[in-house]
Design a protein around this ligand. Structure first.
Ligand SMILES: [Zn+2]
Length: 337
C-alpha cells in the first residue's frame, strides 16, 4: 500500500511562482475524487506507521507549507466542495500577526512569493500570510488540520562549490540573513541550508571585502573557490541544539496555545534536516517528520523521514506523478535516475 503525499504552497487565481492556479487545483482534487483516492490527515498516517490503517488502494495526503492567505481564500472552498482534507504546515514566524480582519479574494493583495517571503522574514510586513483568526477559521472548517513548519524560515551559506549567480541579478529572499548584512552587488547566490538543520553561519569578512573589490564575476568565482574558509560558523554544537530546540518548541507551543491542539508533525523548511535536527525534533515531541525527498510512503518508510512529492502546476503533471508513485515498479524505475 503506497500513500502519496503532495506538497503545495499556494493556490492563486493565476499560475505564478510557488503557486498552482485555482482552476488546476480544482481539477486535481476532482481527479483524486473521481479515481477513488481517499485523502488522509496525520492521524491516519500515524495509523499506517503502526500497521493499523484500513487497507485501501489509493491514499493521498495534501500538505500546504508556510501559511499563505490564499490557502484560505482559494483552496478551502475547493477542499470543502470535494470533502477533501488537507494539512497546513504553519511557520509561526511568517504569520500576519497584525492583520486582524478576515480577508476575501477582493481584498487579498497578491504579492510574488519571493518578495512576500523576503518582506515577512525581515519583518517588513506579512500581508500575504494568514493571521490567527484565519487559521482558526481553517482549523474549525473541518477541511484543515494545522501542523508545524518551524518558527524561523531562514537559510544560510554552507559551501561555495556551486555558485548560481551574483546579486543583484540573482537575489534570494534569505540572502541578507546568509550574508549577515544587506546584499551588496557581487554577493554570490549559492544553495542555502535551512538554519533548522544546519548551524548558523555567515560569509567570512575578508571574503566579503574581496568580493566587493572584485571587478568581474569570473574573479568572484575564483575568490570563492580559492578561499580557505569562506563560511564562518557562528554556533557550537550546544548552541545549535539549544537554538533549534527553542525554535521547534516555540512553533509547537504557539499552535497549542492558540488552537488548543498538539502538533504531531514537523515539516522541515525546504525539506532539509540533519541527524541532530531529527533527534531534537523527536525530543520536542514530534512523531512524524516530513522531507521533500521525492517518493511515495511505503511499508519501508521511516516516520523520521517521510517523503513528499512537490505538486505539479498542471493536471497532466499531477496525473503522471500519481501514476509513477502509486506503482512500486514505476517508482523503483524512477528512483534509479
Ligand atoms: Zn516553507
Amino acid at each position: 500500500m503506497n500513500i502519496l503525499i503532495l506538497a503545495y504552497h499556494r493556490v492563486l487565481p493565476k499560475p505564478s511562482s510557488a503557486a498552482v492556479s485555482a482552476d488546476v487545483f480544482e481539477r486535481q482534487i476532482a481527479y483524486l475524487a473521481k479515481t477513488g483516492y481517499r485523502t488522509i490527515g496525520t492521524e491516519e498516517l500515524a495509523l499506517f506507521f503502526s500497521g493499523k490503517l484500513m487497507p485501501h488502494d489509493k491514499y493521498a495526503m495534501l500538505t500546504f507549507d508556510d501559511g499563505w492567505g490564499d490557502n484560505l481564500i482559494w483552496a478551502t472552498p475547493i477542499l470543502r466542495r470535494y470533502s477533501t482534507k488537507a494539512v497546513l504546515a504553519l511557520n509561526t514566524g511568517l504569520l500576519n500577526a497584525k492583520g486582524r480582519s478576515i480577508r476575501s479574494d477582493l481584498t487579498y493583495e497578491i504579492i510574488d512569493s519571493k518578495k512576500a517571503l523576503e518582506d515577512a522574514v525581515y519583518g517588513r510586513g506579512a500581508r500575504p500570510f494568514l493571521n490567527w483568526n484565519e487559521i482558526l477559521e481553517m482549523h474549525n472548517s473541518g477541511a484543515w488540520e494545522i501542523q508545524a513548519h518551524g518558527n524561523s524560515h531562514f537559510g544560510c551559506y554552507s559551501s561555495f562549490d556551486k555558485i548560481k549567480g551574483f546579486y543583484p541579478e540573482k537575489p534570494h529572499w534569505t540572502m541578507e540573513f546568509a550574508l549577515g548584512e544587506p546584499p551588496f552587488p557581487g554577493a554570490p547566490k549559492v544553495s542555502f541550508k535551512s538554519i533548522l538543520s544546519n548551524k548558523r553561519t555567515v560569509m567570512s569578512e575578508d571574503l566579503k571585502d574581496s568580493l566587493r573589490k572584485a571587478s568581474s564575476n569570473t574573479e568572484r568565482i575564483k575568490l570563492c573557490q580559492e578561499h580557505q574558509s569562506p563560511v564562518k560558523v557562528l554556533e557550537s554544537d550546544e548552541e545549535f541544539e539549544k537554538r533549534i530546540e527553542e525554535d521547534m518548541t516555540a512553533c509547537r507551543r504557539t499552535i497549542l496555545e492558540t488552537l488548543g491542539t498538539e502538533t504531531s508533525s514537523l515539516f522541515w523548511p525546504w525539506g532539509q534536516y540533519s541527524d541532530t535536527s531529527i533527534r531534537i525534533a523527536k525530543k520536542c515531541g514530534f512523531k512524524m517528520l516530513f522531507t521533500m525527498e521525492k517518493d511515495a510512503v511505503t511499508e519501508k518508510t521511516s516516520p523520521d523521514m517521510i517523503p513528499r512529492i512537490a505538486a505539479p502546476a498542471t493536471l497532466a503533471g499531477f496525473k503522471k506523478q500519481l501514476a509513477i508513485y502509486s506503482s512500486n515498479i514505476f517508482r523503483k524505475i524512477r528512483n534509479l535516475f
